[in-house]
Design a protein around this ligand. Sequence first.
Ligand SMILES: Cc1ncc(COP(=O)(O)O)c(C=O)c1O
Length: 405
Amino acid sequence: MSDTIQGLLSQSAKGIKPSPIREMFHLIRKPGMISFAGGMPDPDIFPVEQFHQGADILLEEGRDILQYGVTEGYTPLKEFLSRWTAPKMGREPSMDEILITSGSSQVADLLTRATVDRGDYVVCEETSFLGNTINMYNQGANFLTIPCDENGMLVEKISNAVDQARAEGKKVKFIYTIPNFHNPLGCTLSLERRKELVAVAKDKELLILEDDPYGCVRFEGDELPTLYSLDDAGLVLYAGSFSKILAPGTRVAWAIGPKDLIRTMTIFKQGVDTCTSVVAQALVYKYCQSGNLDAFLPKIVSHYRAKRDAMEAAFSKYLPKGEVQYVTPKGGFFYWLTTPNIRAEDLFQRCLEKKVAFVCGAPFFPNGGGEHSFRMCFTFASPEETDRGIKAMGEAMKELLAEKG
Ligand SMILES: Cc1ncc(COP(=O)(O)O)c(C=O)c1O
């Protein structure tokens, strides 16, 4: 960077952190690379035909759709979402409680803009989705991190953490949580903890960001109520997305929350991107309205369940016994592996030589840690690649263990 540009950068830009996953995108697209890295859906099951059938909407309504849209979102899509999400939300949200966003990462971005001043605190899982925590960090947020077990965040630890931070003069603004099939941990917040979390938010006067891109990708067990539906204090902002249940290339997602908060976020969005692509919103609407989304969901679930099972079978077959810890995820996209005797970064370098990629654990810990853990996405690679890639990973682990002696 030239000295001139360096001298002109803002204080925020000087400390800015890139997303390791985004930065890896070019690497993992290299020919021959087997990627368990990005949280990417399987392109083989993208509903290309059905999505294309909806393209006639451009001929029917092109003069509206090719125009700038309102920032709040394309009304027919909002009306569809109000009806479609009602069972999860507990009622049909009104139009002023819904905002269409450019990816659900934009929901986290707009909430942070709306609530966080530089130096303020966000409560989150100790291990969290780095795409969102890095953005919050880049906007000046600090984190109070709460450990998790296989039933999600240890919610009983939140009150003390918040009280202590407040006693030190810190401002805490919201709780960021991924309750279903957590990225990267794979765990799901239990019903009891959901109720407790909503009660803590009310007691401590905090907002909750309920980030739920994986809720529909459940392989086993019963669906649990959303935090939004359990909340009677108007403190939950729910983020949903078409990225994992239709296609991330649409960049269409939504927020449902208290209308005053939605309005403030909408004003920020006016300056960020004017509106989410109306073309994309209209195509997504047409696809959903024709019943395709509901028909596609069971297909995704059985496809990804088989992929999860194939990955776990390969773990058992190829990874050194007793060296790797994981819990089988009941949905979502990820396994979280811990290798007490191997540093994830060493394994990553060794696997890259064998043309296998994953994401190291450390960047998922906003306050540090995770050097012996890593995330494996099971949805993207083909079954044959999964077998070959995990075989190579097993060899890499054995080499590293042998070198350690
Ligand atoms: C937990 C979580 N939140 C948000 C996102 C962002 O999704 P979107 O594509 O809707 O921006 C992801 C994507 O991987 C995610 O895993």
